[in-house]
Design a protein around this ligand. Structure first.
Ligand code: ADP
Ligand code: MG
Length: 317
């Protein structure tokens, strides 16, 4: 490992030399400080073999793939995918968003025109079975990259179904081609447990389940957990649950607090529940105006909740 490689690794993590030293110390049980890191990065002191080995191991680790899924619509899947992707990007991570919902809301939310991309054959629907190479379809945005889709993804479902080699593995295989280009891949799933959702869960390392804190919304959670368990038994033994994320949360509504408590009881030991994302009309307004809330509203409470969540996800890495 060269001094420059170490520096760029640290910068990609979005840490200064002090923060990086603390992070290394926690993992390797050492007592390095910012001055040590500075000497390694300038070449004034040799990087110890243990550190070089540890960092090199992480640099070559494939992207962590997170499917953002819930068969309910309007629970904050797309909002979570885009804002979390941006927040991870702010922390120096390389992030790919995959739009797997034919309604193409993540594509639009990222400021793209699904129909124009459809004409260029740059959609998930063109990539799944290799008509377009995945790297040729990915669009670079400020903060993250996105593999868009359009309404034509609806037809890809039929191809998944009819594929003699089991089309449910198609996304997994395509993502393997870019797994070293990114630290995280976030898949925005459609509001149904359709084949494309299964395809996303087969490709994923973890699933994140956004939900509203309402009695009816929470009721659907065991269904998605059962689906995850089924896929874990058959196609993807490594599939884990990142957690449940209560969204659009209204702290002043006693009933929402109550639902959250019920949820804790219901999931006892089955899945972790993240800190709720507060509801804010500004977030909804920004989305309506076609802006990414995290860019338009850097000071909103909802956005700082997404930022803390991004930090937690990275720390658990
Ligand atoms: P899904 O992808 O699950 O269908 P969306 O992310 O599209 O859900 O969110 C549904 C609606 O809720 C959108 O209009 C969005 O702007 C709004 N919304 C999402 N999160 C928040 C929030 N924290 N506060 C207020 N409105 C929100
Ligand atoms: Mg959506």
């Amino acid at each position: 490992m060269t001094p420059d490689e170490l520096r760029s690794f640290r910068e990609r993590r979005g840490e200064n030399q002090t923060g990086f030293a603390q992070w290394l110390n926690a993992r390797l049980g050492r007592k390095y400080d910012n001055a040590t890191i500075s000497r390694w990065e300038s070449g004034a002191e040799r990087i110890p073999a243990k550190v070089a080995e540890f960092v090199a191991g992480l640099s070559h680790r494939p992207a962590r793939v997170i499917a953002v899924a819930n068969q309910k619509g309007g629970v904050g899947k797309t909002t979570t995918t885009l804002n979390l992707a941006y927040a991870l990007g702010e922390l120096g991570r390389r992030v790919l968003v995959v739009d797997a919902d034919q309604q193409a809301t993540a594509t639009e939310g990222a400021g793209l025109d699904p129909m124009a991309l459809q004409d260029e054959r740059r959609g998930l629907e063109d990539v799944l079975f290799g008509e377009t190479a995945i790297r040729d379809a990915i669009v670079r945005r400020d903060g993250f990259d996105i593999l868009p889709c359009s309404i034509a993804l609806a037809e890809a479902q039929i191809k998944i179904l009819l594929d003699p080699d089991d089309g449910r593995y198609a996304l997994r295989e395509r993502l393997e081609e870019v797994q070293h280009d990114y630290d995280f891949v976030l898949i925005d799933c459609p509001p149904e447990l359709a084949l494309i959702t299964v395809t996303a869960l087969v490709a994923a390392d973890q699933v994140l389940i956004p939900t509203k804190a309402s009695r009816y919304d929470v009721r659907g959670i065991p269904l998605i957990l059962d689906t995850v368990a089924k896929i874990r038994r058959r196609q993807n033994p490594g599939l884990g649950i990142l957690g449940i994320l209560p969204t659009m949360f209204n702290r002043s509504y006693a009933v929402e607090q109550q639902v959250l408590n019920d949820l804790r009881g219901l999931l006892e030991g089955r899945a972790r529940i993240f800190e709720p994302i507060p509801r804010s009309t500004e977030v909804d307004q920004a989305t309506y105006a076609g802006e990414l809330p995290i860019r338009a509203l850097p000071k909103s409470h909802s956005i700082s909740a997404y930022r803390s969540m991004a930090r937690e996800i990275i720390d658990g890495d």
